[in-house]
Design a protein around this ligand. Structure first.
Ligand SMILES: C[S@@+](CC[C@H](N)C(=O)[O-])C[C@H]1O[C@@H](n2cnc3c(N)ncnc32)[C@H](O)[C@@H]1O
Length: 208
């Protein structure tokens, strides 16, 4: 259980959610989702949101026609995700559990599309990152895509330490980074304070 996230959700301090209020960012993320759907009709298949938090992106994915499971280890975040899914009138399966022990959570398997917006790059130690990546590899379908949002590495006190492409590749040994794109989140107040975040989307493909 992440004590820091538990406290932040209890206080209602969730600055990472600010990007969801930026139309250019949400359009960009929609385009990244659309890329995984190209040439197919809904339902698109099982998707897994790792560290889904209050469900912002899980709900948007579900509304597009994915069968989404969200996992997080903070009950308050999951309660908000449940409400959000209800408000949007979409189905969303929610699992409380630790992504560094993914199989033990009973999250399921065969996921074709996986999101990690802000988990891997944060407070996990290197061995936990590797454990998470092993679990993700086990539950992902052959040829699955993982879309990760991560900050550049940096010393930022209690804020995320970030992850380089090399660090991501070192953990995700059976995956290949097939795309890397910078995100401009400058409209979000958080990023006025954290100027060296340099957030990026990494698109990883698991071997088929
Ligand atoms: C920066 S927040 C991002 C939340 C969500 N992806 C979003 O973009 O709004 C990171 C999330 O990862 C969750 N988390 C951190 N460590 C975790 C772990 N070991 N297992 C499951 N969830 C974890 C936190 O509770 C938090 O909701």
């Amino acid at each position: 259980m992440s004590v820091a996230y538990r406290i932040l959700y209890r206080l209602g301090v969730t600055p990472w959610e600010q990007i969801a209020n930026l139309p250019d960012v949400t359009e960009r993320i929609s385009a990244l989702f659309a890329r995984e759907e190209a040439g197919r009709e809904p339902p698109y298949g099982p998707a897994l949101d790792l560290g889904c938090g209050s469900g912002i992106w899980a709900v948007r994915l579900a509304a597009r026609g994915w069968q989404v499971t969200g996992i997080d280890d903070v009950p308050k975040a999951l309660r908000r995700a449940r409400e959000r899914a209800h408000e949007a009138d979409v189905g969303l399966r929610l699992v409380k559990g630790d992504v560094t022990r993914l199989r033990a959570t009973g999250v399921g398997s065969g996921f074709r599309f996986l999101l990690d917006f802000g988990l891997f790059h944060d407070e996990l130690k290197d061995d936990q990152r590797a454990a998470m990546a092993r679990g993700v590899s086990e539950v992902a379908a052959p040829g699955a895509t993982l879309l990760m949002l991560a900050w550049a590495p940096g010393r930022r006190g209690p804020l995320p330490r970030g992850a380089s492409r090399a660090e991501i590749e070192a953990a995700y040994r059976t995956w290949r980074v097939i795309d890397e794109e910078a995100l401009d989140p400058s409209g979000a107040p958080l990023y006025r304070y954290v100027r060296n975040a340099d957030p990026r989307f990494y698109r990883l493909r698991r071997a088929a």
